[in-house]
Write a protein that binds this ligand. Structure first.
Ligand code: SAH
Length: 242
């Protein structure tokens, strides 16, 4: 029997991958993943066999990994950021359970909320919550409900999947819902292509965020009522008297 490592490779830059993830990748014969992510690491592991497919091929990818492992191979299933956050760790574990395979190890990575926060300053220094605006697998009504309840308890909010070709208006709708509770002046920011070529970031208010156009490679940060922008950095105070 082989083994499956589900590996979070971080935002993109190999320097932002953990040593443990690098070691596991080196130890595997096959690397499986969504093509965008296998393309990010291929040049660092040129001698590996690759299994890659596109969006919506997730379950097939997991089944293939389990088949390879049952046939005795060591397989790395890679994801951007952390594999447990909107990643492949849970579908792989569900598929492995169904196929009766146990030898799976999950290797954590730096999720976009953390790498993006570091780019912007210190927006997540108090309680925060992460919400995905993707309604591919989650009903939009539930996403709206989560936004409303989160806004009501003054948490910093990180939005993943803020937009896509099919859903260009999701960020605007989310901002409108949040602004029914939050001040339009709430400090916000977003980071695009963290750790990849063409990385960019912007700080703004919630009312300005509403009319920003962002793409799928962007993570959005909405501060709490105490968050401020100082010297171009987003800072959520911990509460110290300074
Ligand atoms: N497992 C990933 C999240 C996958 S969901 C993680 O832990 O980071 C995909 C969403 O993650 C994107 O729509 C975007 O909001 C965010 N994201 C992933 N990589 C990113 C990057 N390099 N730069 C900015 N946002 C990123």
């Amino acid at each position: 029997m082989g083994k499956i490592y589900v590996i979070g490779i971080g935002p993109g830059d190999p320097e932002m991958m953990t040593g443990e993830a690098g070691e596991a990748l080196r130890s595997c014969e096959i690397i499986a993943g969504y093509k965008t992510y296998t393309d990010l690491i291929k040049r660092y592991y040129p001698d590996k066999e690759y299994y890659e497919n596109g969006m919506r091929g997730e379950i097939e990818r997991c089944e293939k990994c389990v088949e390879y492992a049952i046939s005795g191979k060591r397989v790395a299933l890679i994801c951007s950021g952390d594999a447990g956050i909107y990643g492949m760790a849970s579908p792989l574990l569900e598929v492995a359970d169904k196929m009766g395979f146990d030898d799976v190890e999950i290797i954590p990575g730096i999720t976009a909320a953390l790498s993006g926060a570091a780019e912007l300053g210190a927006p997540l220094s108090h309680d925060f919550c992460v919400i995905s605006l993707s309604d591919l697998l989650t009903p939009w009504d539930l996403i709206e409900k989560r936004l409303r309840y989160t806004a009501a308890c003054d948490l910093c909010i990180v939005l993943y999947n803020p937009s896509s070709h099919n859903r260009p208006g999701h960020l605007k709708k989310a901002c409108e819902i949040l602004m029914t509770v939050l001040s339009p002046d709430t400090a916000c920011g977003y980071v695009r292509n963290i750790g990849r070529e063409g990385s960019e970031k912007k700080l703004c208010t919630l009312s300005e965020l509403l009319s920003e156009t962002v793409d799928m490679a962007t993570t959005v940060f909405i501060g709490n009522s105490q968050t401020e922008i100082k010297r171009g950095r987003m800072i959520t105070p911990r509460g110290y008297k300074i």
